[in-house]
Design a protein around this ligand. Sequence first.
Ligand code: SF4
Length: 306
Amino acid sequence: MKIGLIDVDGHRWPNLCLMKLSAYHKARGDTVEWHDGRKKYDLVYMSRVFTDSYSKDYTGNIRADQIMKGGTGYGMDNRLPDDVEHICPDYQLYPQFAGTAYGFLTRGCPRGCGFCIVGEKEGRRAVAVADLSEFWRGEKEIKLLDANLLACPDWEKLLLQLSESKAMVDFTQGLDVRLVTPEKVQLLNRVRTKMLHFAWDNPEDDLTGYFERFSELSNVKDYRKLRVYVLVNYGSSHEQDLYRIYTLRSMGYDPYVMIYEKATAPDITRKLQRWVNNKWFFHAVPDFEDFDPHYRKGRQGKEGEA
Ligand code: SF4
């Protein structure tokens, strides 16, 4: 069979489903390539992660006997069959990301945050779905897509696999600071990481004690390696946003503002994002009240600073 693949969202981040479909078809002896509108295919797969708010659907010409669409961008009820889901992805599909392994060790999350689709898509329990060897073949870097690995009862086995890989691990979806225990941090300390990500999304949750506990237990002391996503414009007041940002900074973390539905965000929230996420501003101007977004580096002899 001649298979064509369309990564509807573009190629800025590898599409794991397409990589698995490619590996599956190649193993069957099929010809697999990126879709070319001038060619005819037996089967074309279109994969789309993002919905209309974030990406546009593919509108080009497709000549194929069969077209199969999948991914969250096309709905919640499409899943890969088990034999495709558990195949080692075809990393050759994205040579620009060579040297990095991508995959899920777990699926699901028990939290059910209102703005998040994971519960509906993957379930309200975090369960182990793979061992690292399923998608890692000695690559120097591992990008994990797990929603909440620390909530999985098999966290110990999985963190051990990550630490023994000696690869640089990126927990791309972050770690749940509320689930940190001394045993978990002991293992996390053995995993090689460039940066750890956390989140403080709900201002009604006071996570101060959890972050303090992690700081005490963790080997990572450099704030630049301790990023915390702060969700704003999702029912929080400006004061609550500022509280989370100042508190995180005072505890030695690096806050990073994520705006929910940016189009509806008030000006002060956009200004806040600009201040926090531009690290030069954030450290040069300690108080948000003093932040002037029109200030330009260099105009006052500051050129060349970070
Ligand atoms: S903790 Fe994270 S993954 Fe889980 S529901 Fe909330 S936002 Fe989604």
